[in-house]
Write a protein that binds this ligand. Structure first.
Ligand SMILES: [Zn+2]
Length: 412
């Protein structure tokens, strides 16, 4: 059977039987349950003891519901879990051809087709919410509007608009660049335009030529402190692109909400993130996937790439022990990372870092939902919460590869 996408409408009721249910909380795993869904919300979750017949199960519902002919979906051979969350994507790019992708930014009709395909590929992997890390052409706004207006069924989208970056420094495709004294004005315009979060580039990117080298810092502590305070005053979280331990430390001290990438983050800085309740989205796959590109990189560069992502895996293991909230982010759209496809690979890299499947799934669901500011839409399957869920064959808590066999996505 192919993947079936179920759009839950306000007036619809549905009774679902699940073989297994993972709620999004690390320790919450149940077998043989019914979910009664009404208007896209999980109204009841109740046990279905062995051999239970549907008629008997319906006695758990109120008298009114029992009289209704509630559609029933038997997923007793599947595991139900919250929709997955990708905390870091770039919908404006495709991961294949940067120049070609950028050319369509000025052609809205063509862009809409690209977005429809990128979002369909994302949904097909069970990703029901994404947070966009920005683009300078307003493509994030277009994507969010397509979903909100119902033009397209797709994941919930959190957008950041243009990333705040220093003129002349890394990231020209992410944001126009601000000069000295322009930061407050740029931030004000983003807030007025209706972004969901603020993206700031605190440092450059990692070098594939020299191990441990990172592009220079873009903002100083004072500028960052003001930026974060102003964003928070407007009720917006700040996601900070920060590589090098120095950049991460500065961003954390300024009080950003999430660190993106964070290559070369040190142990004491990880402890600080845990202490300050700052989340980390490590995005390993955009680097790890490059080790396959011997057509693009020299042997020496491939060694640097490998060493870099393995260092990142070590840090992820440490972060888990220290209690840092992790989110899964693929940087989809970055070179070599097409939308949707990188997600399972990122989860496999977390596994390689030594994390247990239940821990990884919590990061991929409830943890990510909090980071992406999408907790009202996805993340936890509990009574009273939206039925944004996926159903997969097998048991992902035993083997994450079960996520390759997604049978249903419920959009509420
Ligand atoms: Zn990014």
């Amino acid at each position: 059977m192919e993947l079936e996408i179920v759009k839950l409408r306000p007036g619809d009721s549905l009774l679902v039987r699940a073989g297994r249910l993972f709620s999004g909380k690390e320790d919450c795993f149940r077998v043989n349950v019914f979910l009664f869904i009404r208007g896209g919300v999980i109204e009841r979750i109740f046990a279905a003891p062995g051999g239970e017949k549907l008629k008997k199960a319906l006695k758990n519902l109120g008298k009114e519901e029992q009289k209704e002919q509630i559609p029933f979906l038997d997923l007793s051979r599947l595991t139900i879990l919250p929709g997955l969350v990708d905390c870091h994507v770039h919908l404006a790019l495709d991961g294949e051809d940067f120049q070609k992708a950028a050319r369509s930014w000025a052609a809205p009709e063509e862009m809409k087709k690209h977005l429809a395909r990128r979002l369909a590929n994302t949904l097909a992997r069970g990703v029901l919410a994404v947070r966009d890390g920005g683009d300078r052409a307003g493509i994030g706004f277009l994507a969010r509007e397509m979903i909100k207006s119902g033009t397209l069924f797709g994941p919930h989208i959190t957008i950041t608009g243009s990333a705040l970056r220093k003129s002349g420094m890394y990231g020209s495709f992410l944001g126009a660049g601000v000069n000295k004294g322009e930061l407050a004005g740029s931030l004000k315009r983003l807030i007025a335009a209706g972004v969901d979060q603020i993206k700031v580039l605190v440092s450059g990117i990692v070098s594939f030529r020299e191990y441990g080298r990172v592009g220079p810092l873009q903002f100083g502590p004072e500028e960052l402190n003001i930026l974060v305070a102003e964003a928070h005053r407007a009720g917006l979280k700040v996601m900070a692109h920060a590589n090098s331990d120095q950049a991460v430390t500065m961003a954390a001290r300024a009080g950003v909400d999430s660190i993106e990438h964070g290559y070369f983050i040190g142990r004491s800085t990880l402890a600080m993130l845990a202490e300050l309740d700052i989340s980390w989205v490590p995005t390993v796959v955009p680097v790890a996937s490059q080790v396959r590109r011997s057509d693009l990189f020299s042997q020496e560069q491939l060694r640097v790439i490998e060493k870099t992502y393995k260092k990142q895996l070590e840090a992820i293991g440490e972060a888990a022990v220290l209690g840092v909230r992790l989110g899964v982010g693929t940087d989809a759209g970055a070179p070599g990372v097409p939308h949707g496809e990188g997600y399972l690979e990122e989860l496999a890299l977390y596994r390689q870092a030594g994390l247990k499947p239940a821990f990884i799934l919590r990061a991929a669901t409830a943890g990510g939902a909090k980071i992406a500011g999408a907790a009202q839409k996805v993340g936890l399957l509990e009574e009273g919460r939206p039925a944004s869920l996926i159903a997969v064959e097998g048991n992902p808590l035993a083997d994450l590869n079960a996520l390759k066999k997604i049978k249903y996505c419920f959009l509420s």
